[in-house]
Design a binder for this molecule. Structure first.
Ligand SMILES: CC(C)(COP(=O)(O)OP(=O)(O)OC[C@H]1O[C@@H](n2cnc3c(N)ncnc32)[C@H](O)[C@@H]1OP(=O)(O)O)[C@@H](O)C(=O)NCCC(=O)NCCS
Length: 203
């Protein structure tokens, strides 16, 4: 019998996490927010609860899409953390999912892929054979990692982006929506376009 879950966060990604947990047969008993007073309100019928006063006996799953914020929350809250795979996702044999990792509806994780902690493989994203995906990475909806790709700590592979086989995306880098990576991306670099090239960001 699995334990009830508190989702940390109450924004758009938290809705996806709640729906994924419910589809996987889990019971969600709260959405944790930072509010120090008694929080009021619901998200998809789930009551908001204070991050500082979490219900005893529950497991936690991060419900925020921002990779830096997920890393901060994972360091601040003690867990215990749960992972979740949507029943309409495929996770192939030999693959490993780290603690707190979420695999959403329609996503595919292929054989011998290794995913770290608190990773998001979002709706209909794919992570192919032998990929290595670091902690706090987000593979956004519809993004695709070909075989033997390495994505380092905290990187974001944007909506619909693709990474060619054996390429490496450095820590905390961003591949912009729809971009195609054909050369390695250094750490802390934002790349966009086809083929993806670095840009200087305004924000
Ligand atoms: C790449 C990205 C991070 C840049 O964000 P930003 O810093 O706010 O972007 P800016 O507005 O400063 O854009 C800088 C330039 O890059 C261009 N650009 C931005 N994103 C682009 C993209 N995905 N593809 C091609 N060009 C892009 C802009 O048009 C702009 O060009 P200009 O100077 O000629 O006008 C963002 O556009 C993006 O693609 N994010 C992905 C988000 C995502 O998938 N999240 C997952 C949600 S589940």
């Amino acid at each position: 019998m699995s334990r009830p879950v508190v989702v940390v966060g109450a924004g758009g990604h938290a809705k996806v996490v709640i729906a994924t947990l419910r589809a996987a047969g889990r019971t969600v008993i709260g959405c944790a927010v930072r509010d120090r007073s008694e929080p009021t309100g619901h998200l998809l019928g789930v009551p908001l609860v204070a991050e500082d006063d979490l219900p005893a006996g529950a497991e936690l799953l991060l419900g925020v899409g921002d990779n830096h914020l997920r890393q901060r929350l994972a360091g601040k809250l003690v867990g215990p953390w749960t992972s979740c795979v949507h029943p309409a996702a495929t996770v192939a044999e030999g693959s490993v999912l780290g603690v707190g990792t979420l695999v959403c509806a329609g996503a595919v994780v292929q054989a011998d892929a290794r995913l770290g902690a608190h990773v998001i493989v979002n709706t209909c994203a794919s992570v192919d054979h032998d990929c290595i995906v670091g902690d706090f990475v987000h593979v956004a909806p519809g993004a695709r990692l070909a075989g033997d790709v390495t994505v380092e700590l905290g990187a974001l592979i944007g909506v619909g982006a693709a990474v060619a086989p054996k390429r490496r995306v450095g820590a905390w880098s961003i591949v912009g929506a729809g971009g195609t990576v054909v050369r390695d991306v250094p750490p802390s670099t934002t790349v966009v376009g086809v083929p993806a090239r670095p840009i200087t960001r305004r924000s």
